[in-house]
Design a protein around this ligand. Sequence first.
Ligand code: NAP
Length: 268
Amino acid sequence: MSHGVLAGQRALVTGANSGIGEGVAIALGEAGAKVVVNYISGEERANKVVEAIKSNGSDAMAILADVSKEDQVQAMFKQMIDAWGSIDILVANAGVQRDADFTEMTLEQWQFVIDVNLTGQFLCCREAAREFIRRGIDPALSCSAGKIICMSSVHEVIPWAGHVNYATSKGGVNMMMQSIAQEMAVKKIRVNSISPGAIATPINTSAWNTPKAEAELLKLIPYQRIGKPEDIARAAVWLASDDSDYITGTSIFVDGGMTLYPGFREGG
Ligand code: NAP
């Protein structure tokens, strides 16, 4: 058995076969947790993440589920709890973009992003909280009854032209996270968000994969580098561990200073 900071705990990471979710799943495994690697379309990539976690000495399994569908989310939690007894950590990470100018945005583009990014997190958070309350605190594992980490974005506070659906979904995640945290604190359930800045993953390849695009992006990042999934993963391990006990209802910006209004270095 692993002696990491999350030894013996059971984690579920949605959208864990790619990008940030993959990095978080592997880091939780390295910290000693068993990890469910949720995915919707990339089974082969999900199996590779499972193998990577197992090769580091933790257990893992891939589960296909569309987080925007209530029956699929409930079936995923049941499969996990039947196999491992319970859940200790949820990272509600799965997310999508469907970009369009506001006046061209279709109801379908709007609805799809809200369904996955916001309703998907609601459904997963609710199932996790139900199980945390049923089981209560297991002091051998953690001093809280459960930990939820919502993957938000700097766009929970930075408006984003051409991405009204996405920015709205993340603004909603922030208020959802805080409201759940307020309601669940008395049950000793901690609920927080991580708000990444620009992290190089498949969701935003065009923003960083040419020298011109990279130079434009770096103008928005005072720390002068594009983030990596590992930057987010380290924050997730800490938020999932008892080292961050007493932190709930907070959004941690992991963004190299993107939310510091970098335009004001010269302007204003
Ligand atoms: P990514 O590499 O495109 O990963 C997205 C993941 O979500 C994939 O694993 C995908 O699974 C999964 N997914 C999509 N729809 C799903 C659904 N309905 N049910 C279950 N899984 C679904 O993107 P990423 O950059 O890692 O994004 C992860 C999260 O970080 C998102 O919430 C995103 O908004 C947030 N974020 C990213 C950045 C960034 O700069 N990259 C910045 C701020 C916030 P399949 O591969 O199987 O389709």
